[in-house]
Ligand binder design. Structure first.
Ligand SMILES: [Zn+2]
Length: 276
């Protein structure tokens, strides 16, 4: 697979979208008065979420264990058969060029014994919010981490608040060639110095970095996490503490549109925080 940049018309890879099912699914969601994506309120703690893509890396995992660092692995369906420690936080890395999402979820289920709840799309191949978010949400994905950004949010599409969180990443491995991914800042320390929370890091396994000539951010980020007193958390823990149902996720008081006629995840908030 060539990942070189070149000038000229860009040949996009094709992938399967169940358009009719996506439209039907969107119609099942309640229309609210929401008119913008619903962001997670600012956190009172400095949290770093380290994530890895493609395949499990035992060496990275061992280093993390020795330093009490937690991480999340987005693994390609074809790499799920490898020996992976039970304590590793493993989720799906949907490869649009390989097969359909449904097929890869089935593979995940067969190999892991449960359904995947979180996802990052391989090569960050994102078609559009109104395609990808509903496709993932209707397939049972609760958190997606494909996009680049700084603030977790629930997407709004035509007044429908989707039951999925986007937890974007802001730091990744360095590359001379502008590929799918990039870091927001030139200097990773800037984000830690600013106290951004959560800081989500995409650190590819050592072998993937070598294969694609990426300069790994792994050791640099581990140093920054410690130096700036960040709490290391995997995506599962982050979800359970900050994004799961019943928490006031997606509301910050300044953004009232979500309080009226919102889906189940937010209904609970209304009961405790005022009339709908
Ligand atoms: Zn990938």
């Amino acid at each position: 697979m060539s990942n070189r940049m070149r000038e000229g018309p860009f040949q996009e890879s094709s992938y399967y979208y169940p358009a009719e099912r996506i439209i039907a699914y969107l119609r099942t969601l309640k229309v609210t008065e929401s008119y913008e994506n619903q962001f997670l309120p600012p956190l009172d703690r400095k949290i770093a979420i380290l994530t890895h893509d493609d395949q499990f890396d035992p060496e990275m995992f061992r280093i993390e264990q020795s330093q009490e660092i937690r991480s999340t692995w987005f693994l390609l369906a074809e790499r799920l058969g490898e020996t992976i420690p039970a304590e590793a936080d493993v989720h799906l890395h949907f490869d649009k060029e390989a097969s359909t999402l449904g097929e890869q979820i089935e593979t995940y289920r067969a190999k892991r014994g449960r359904s995947p709840r979180f996802n990052r799309i391989h090569r960050l191949l994102w078609r559009a919010n109104n395609f990808d978010f509903p496709l993932l949400a209707m397939s049972g994905i609760e958190v997606d981490c494909t996009l680049i950004g700084t603030k977790p949010y629930r997407p709004t599409i035509e007044g429908r608040l989707l039951p999925i969180w986007e937890v974007p990443f802001s730091i990744t491995d360095r590359t001379e060639r502008f590929m799918a991914s990039y870091s927001l800042s030139a200097d990773f320390e800037v984000l830690f110095k600013a106290g951004l929370s959560p800081i989500v890091i995409l650190s590819h396994p050592f072998s993937v970095c070598a294969q694609h000539q990426l300069v790994s951010c792994f050791y640099e980020v581990l140093g920054l996490v410690k130096r700036y007193g960040y709490q290391s958390m995997d995506m599962s823990s982050f979800h359970d503490r900050f994004l799961s149902k019943g928490r006031p996720g997606g509301r910050d008081g300044k953004n009232q549109s979500v309080t009226r006629g919102s889906p189940a995840a937010l209904d609970q908030d209304q009961k405790t925080e005022g009339p709908p």
